[in-house]
Ligand binder design. Structure first.
Ligand SMILES: [Mg+2]
Length: 558
């Protein structure tokens, strides 16, 4: 009995194992049968990731093994012998194994699967992408490309409805100084706050766009001239309270130009161009105001452009001349220096006033090459005079743009090396307002020039801030008192002012030059005040180089 029991348990154990394996593999195969079509359904639009490729291979294997297993199963009906059953079981196990691998791969892909957005999420994402493509990332305003699209649509609508439309060009004043002083982070905060104030002050149907930098363009559909005026006034008013930016209180004003459809132009390009022109007019008129485009502005710009082209040609065709106005040493009554002054002799228009073409040269950047040319000519001429035994030094005016040029120090050094003029014989004249525009940068450049031996004069003193403190803080060697003080020097008050400036300047070791001395009486008063040098028509008007030599021989031989 014991033997029968032990014999039956010996057969029962493998049978139980085979039965369990059989059942599990059948179960897994069934799951796999369901998992594969589901997986294929979900992945049908998925990209072929690494895992997905392997899962695809496993799937092929799985299907193949399923086919073989089932063939084996069918075979057992016809040949119910042990080897066929074993083969069937082997394929069942292989099928189960491959289904497990497929499941693992599926598990690995599930997190990615979860990332597949739903249709509503896709729609939202598409909207966000579209918003990013159409809006400025910093301010959230409409960007340039989308604005161009919108203006075309609104123009078409305005043409159809025969309604008017305004294009408003806004540029922020002094933004460069704000960026330079507080950094670009604060500059960006300012742009954001300005954007908010603009949006708050326009109508719902208006479009506010940022074109880049500190330039904004507004599109005001179906608006009248008077309503635009009110809106512009509101915008200017909204900008007047200071901006609190990262703990800094900053003031920023706009310059605004407006053009109208259909009165000023019929297409987007013309309207934007004219609004831009009007904005420049607003800048010219002292900033923080708005200007409507007029045809006169267009004509003014055309004539400016013409003059600019002529000025370019003037430089190439030798129409520019350097004149020299002598400076007198009052004590010795001898001409010791000259100031180089630019003259333009136009072949048709004759002499063109520096007051007309110098600002234009500044505006267009032509002052760069022109200024360099004047510096070179003046140094070359002075070196020639010195070689001939005439002890003259030279003063050359630097423009604001030249002083801002990062290569100015090197340009001056190169000019002196090329012309072989001693640095001590050159004085560069700058104005007070130029010096303080970017004080630390200017100080740095002036110090480098002083270290090289070049003299620096503070020109037109008294017309700008007239801060006596700059006399001691700026690395200057002389101060030129503006001609407006000398013209009224008979006036006791003006005389006292000139006397004070002169005394303070001299007490800190600066040379003083009186500019614009025209009359005998002015000459005597200036001399009585102990001013060392003077310049003006009393002594001589600006002269061509050859006439300076005559004047010099005539004066200095006395
Ligand atoms: Mg000058």
């Amino acid at each position: 009995m014991i033997q029968i029991c032990s014999t039956s348990s010996i057969f029962a154990l493998p049978f139980a194992v085979i039965f369990t394996v059989h059942t599990i593999s059948d179960f897994l195969t069934s799951i796999a049968y369901f998992s594969i079509p589901i997986t294929m359904f979900v992945f049908v639009k998925k990209r072929k990731s690494f895992e997905f490729r392997w899962m695809f291979i496993c799937f092929i294997l799985f299907i193949t093994l399923c086919g073989i297993t089932h063939l084996m199963h069918i075979l057992t009906y016809f040949y119910p012998i042990k080897p066929v059953f074993i083969l069937e079981d082997i394929f069942k196990v292989l099928t189960a194994a491959i289904s497990v691998i497929t499941a693992v791969l599926l598990w690995k892909i599930i997190p990615n699967l979860l990332l597949i957005p739903s249709p509503s999420e896709l729609e939202k994402a598409n909207k966000e992408i579209l918003h990013l493509a159409h809006h400025d990332t910093l301010t959230g305003l409409v960007n340039r490309n989308y604005f161009n699209l919108m203006i075309e649509q609104h123009l078409a609508k305005a043409k159809e409805n025969q309604s008017s439309l305004a294009v408003v060009f806004i540029d922020l004043d002094r933004i460069k100084i704000i960026n330079d002083t507080y950094g670009h982070g604060v500059g960006d905060l300012l742009l954001k706050q300005v954007s908010n104030r603009l949006v708050e002050n326009v109508r719902e149907q208006d479009i506010v766009s940022r074109q880049g930098g500190d330039e904004f363009i507004l599109l005001l559909p179906e608006i009248t001239y008077d309503d635009t005026k009110v809106l512009m006034r509101n915008i200017i008013q909204s900008m007047s309270p200071s901006f609190m930016l990262d703990g800094n209180r900053v003031h920023c004003t706009p310059s605004i130009g407006v053009s109208f459809f259909p009165a000023d132009g019929l297409d987007a390009e013309t309207l934007i161009k004219y609004a831009d022109l009007a904005m420049y007019k607003a800048k010219e008129k002292g900033r923080n105001n708005y200007q409507f485009f007029t045809q006169e502005m267009n004509e003014e710009i055309s004539s400016k452009l013409k003059l600019e082209n002529e000025l370019r040609r003037a430089l190439e065709e030798d129409q520019l001349k350097v004149y020299y106005q002598p400076l007198l040493d009052v004590k010795t009554n001898r001409i010791v220096s000259t100031e180089a002054l630019l003259r333009w002799y136009h072949p048709k228009k004759g002499s063109i006033s520096p007051a007309e073409f110098i600002p234009l040269a500044e505006e267009t950047g032509l002052i760069g090459p022109i200024g360099e040319w004047v510096l070179f000519e003046a140094c070359k001429q002075t070196k020639k005079w010195r070689d001939e035994g005439l002890e003259l030094s030279i003063s050359v005016n630097l423009s604001n743009r030249q002083l801002m040029d990062e290569n100015i120090v090197q340009t001056v050094k190169n000019t002196l090396l090329q012309t072989e003029l001693e640095p001590a014989c050159l004085t560069l004249e700058i104005t007070e307002s130029m010096a303080i525009t970017n004080l630390s940068d200017t100080m740095n450049k002036l110090k480098q020039l002083r270290d090289f031996g070049v003299n620096i004069a503070l020109d037109d003193f008294g017309t700008g801030y007239s801060s006596l403190s700059y006399l001691s803080t700026l690395p200057i060697t002389s101060v030129k008192i503006d001609k407006s003080f000398i013209a009224d020097i008979n006036n006791r008050m003006k005389k006292e002012i000139v006397k004070s400036i002169s005394n303070i300047a001299q007490s800190i070791g600066l040379k003083v030059v009186a500019e614009g001395v025209e009359k005998d009486q002015q000459f005597y008063i200036v001399r009585s005040l102990g001013i060392e040098m003077m310049q003006g028509y009393h002594l001589s008007k600006p002269l061509p180089a050859n006439e300076v030599e005559v004047k010099l021989l005539e004066m200095n031989s006395v």
